[in-house]
Design a protein around this ligand. Structure first.
Ligand SMILES: NC(=O)c1ccc[n+]([C@@H]2O[C@H](COP(=O)([O-])OP(=O)(O)OC[C@H]3O[C@@H](n4cnc5c(N)ncnc54)[C@H](OP(=O)(O)O)[C@@H]3O)[C@@H](O)[C@H]2O)c1
Length: 345
């Protein structure tokens, strides 16, 4: 099998760093280009930026130049802030490059949703409805991902919520059409940027809810529940920041009279180990973060109280791995016919 030349735009960010960490162990991939914003006005050896990668990777980090990016790679990971990939991706597609975009720029099929949820008007709405662009929840869209030119990697919260919710909606086990989610994320979920609300003194010994019922991952969750399960639930969502670096836990509350056995059967049938190597099901208890940190696993567990008539489903993953870079590499593996777990175990 020949080696694939791979570039990362946004290599100085948290997900870019995680991509480098994982791709260094990928047997079929060679990193050929690392780029960040214009403030990197001269190339800097990656070992100066990340001493942890010294002697492992001999590539310089430089300001993003689309022409250099195109000539240096076969496929590109775009780990850029929302709005930046939308401008860059069409140039890469025109040059025949395949893309995995970690931002929200291509996740929503309906362009009219972007002003409300992302505060911009989409510059290339024609791509959002193109068959070349596929929503990259690997466990649900593997066949389309194989043929995609641009994979829109799902959001971190969205990944944890969808992997837990879709089997229940597919089996019609949710009885009142409501999906209530309480979720907590570590600080790396906000990216490597200077912001008062992310300072140590603001976040340590604290738990801070934000964007309650208005987080930008809500429309992609509702879009996929509709696409995959044909259901149109109402959703309540309370994301919270907790003082850890990485890790994300979503607890879902759904009204159901289905017993524990039926709920377990829905998950086991949807995620057999051979077809969903990164989903681990734990009936009877909720997962914990320490089991998934720096892994590409999403652990899903549940507790059902028949008297209450509600099931509590916990879905835990590492926001930088299964919630971003790991899932992005899983998608690259599917696109290029590599073993789905390559570089990820
Ligand atoms: N963090 C997570 O847990 C997570 C999970 C899933 C998805 N995502 C999404 O993944 C994307 C990257 O997230 P992140 O957390 O890695 O962000 P980040 O830590 O803020 O990093 C952003 C990267 O983009 C670069 N950049 C910014 N503007 C640029 C421009 N105009 N041209 C070229 N490079 C530019 C930055 O370079 P400089 O060093 O030069 O500023 C940096 O390398 C975002 O869209 C985010 O929403 C993040």
């Amino acid at each position: 099998m020949s080696t694939l030349r791979v570039a990362i735009a946004g290599a100085t960010g948290y997900t870019g760093e995680e991509l480098i960490r994982l791709l260094l162990n990928h047997p079929h991939v060679r990193l050929t280009y690392l780029a960040a914003s214009a403030k990197w006005d001269r190339p800097v050896p990656v070992s100066q930026v990340y001493p942890r990668f010294a002697r492992k990777l001999d590539v310089s980090l430089e300001a993003l130049d689309p022409a250099r990016l195109i000539e240096s790679c076969d496929a590109a990971f775009l780990a850029l802030p929302h709005g930046a990939a939308m401008e860059l991706a069409p140039k890469l597609l025109q040059a025949g490059k395949r893309i995995i975009d970690l931002s929200g720029d291509f996740r929503l099929g309906n362009p009219s949703l972007y002003p409300r949820w992302y505060q911009f008007t989409h510059a290339h709405p024609e791509l959002l409805t193109s068959k070349r662009v596929v929503y990259g929840l690997t466990e649900y869209h593997r066949d389309q991902i194989k043929a995609a030119d641009l994979v829109a990697n799902p959001g971190c919260y969205a990944t944890s919520i969808l992997l837990a919710a879709l089997p229940l909606f597919q089996q019609k086990l949710v009885e009142d059409g409501r999906l209530l989610v309480d979720a907590k994320s570590g600080l790396s979920g906000a990216g490597r940027k200077a912001e008062t609300s992310l300072l140590f003194a603001e976040t340590a010994e604290n738990l801070r809810p934000y964007k309650v019922n208005s987080h930008q991952h809500m429309p992609e969750v509702l879009q996929e529940i509709q696409r995959v399960a044909g259901a149109t639930p109402k959703m309540g969502f309370t994301p919270q920041v907790i003082p850890i670096v990485r890790g994300l836990m979503s607890n879902l509350y759904v009204k159901t009279s289905a017993g524990a056995d039926r709920i377990a059967a829905a998950y086991v049938a949807r995620y057999p180990a051979a077809q969903a190597p990164f989903i681990r099901i734990r009936p009877g208890s909720l997962p914990q973060l320490r089991d998934v940190i720096e892994t590409n696993y999403c652990d899903i567990g549940f507790v059902h109280d028949p008297d209450l008539g509600y099931a509590t489903i916990g879905s835990a993953l590492d926001n930088l791995t299964k919630g971003a870079a790991g899932q992005a590499i899983q998608n690259l593996n599917v696109m290029y016919g590599f073993p789905e777990t390559a570089g990820l175990l």
